[in-house]
Write a protein that binds this ligand. Structure first.
Ligand code: TMP
Length: 212
């Protein structure tokens, strides 16, 4: 089972992914927790280039292709082998982030993004995607105050981050079976309870289907 988390910056995804991974591990699942961009040595090198405040002159197309190259390595080196071994993969962001940020945020053509993404991911689509939704301004404020290093991607304008959030909403509407939307503007433990409920319900539905 492949679960991804998406959401605007400052939605608390990383904490929620970690807590869910610990929970599923405690239930006996073999869990790989990963993140994008990153998750392999090569992908982490690409991450450095993407985040570096020195690279302010990077074009959206360059940015998208770098995210895609990091993703291509992660899918082949880590995600597919883990799924093939029967494990659960949880990823903090995946290709939906490229549609939201480089597509809706920067205005790159969505069809081109989808075409490159099919190659990068070898057409691997998550089984379940949780959108941790938060107002863009509130998310950025949380991001600034949580002590994380401010990177080149955080530095885009508020209007950009608002388009990203709107983009996520469009994607949920277009593919409602894969997405679940949760309100990220609530305490960590309450949100985690909701995350666990959603995942448990999804897993129960799948095992019912495979039994019948
Ligand atoms: P994070 O590790 O704090 O989530 O930061 C990753 C940043 O990269 C975040 O601002 C979202 C951005 N991003 C994209 O713009 N496109 C992508 O495809 C991915 C995976 C992330």
């Amino acid at each position: 089972m492949f679960i991804t988390f998406e959401g605007p910056d400052g939605s608390g995804k990383s904490t929620q992914c970690r807590l869910l991974a610990e929970h599923l591990q405690s239930l006996g699942h073999n869990v790989l927790l990963t993140r994008e961009p990153g998750g392999t040595e090569i992908s982490n090198q690409v991450r450095q280039i993407l985040m570096d405040m020195k690279n302010k002159s990077m074009f959206p197309a360059t940015e998208f292709l770098l995210f895609s190259s990091a993703r291509a390595q992660l899918v082949r080196e880590k995600i597919k082998p883990h799924l093939a071994g029967g494990g659960v993969v949880i990823s903090d962001r995946y290709f939906d982030s490229s549609l939201a940020y480089q597509g809706y945020g920067h205005g790159l053509p969505l069809n081109s993004i989808r075409a490159v993404t099919a190659l990068a991911t070898d057409s691997l689509i998550p089984d379940l995607t949780l959108l941790l939704d938060i107002d863009a301004e509130r998310g950025l404020r949380r991001r600034q105050s949580n002590g994380a290093e401010w990177n080149r991607l955080d530095d885009y304008t508020l209007a950009f981050h608002q388009r990203v959030r709107q983009g996520y909403m469009e994607m949920v509407k277009a593919e409602p079976a894969r997405w679940r939307v949760l309100n990220a503007d609530q305490p960590v433990d309450i949100l985690q309870e909701e995350v666990r409920e959603v995942v448990a319900a999804f897993m129960a539905g799948r095992s019912q289907k495979s039994d019948s």
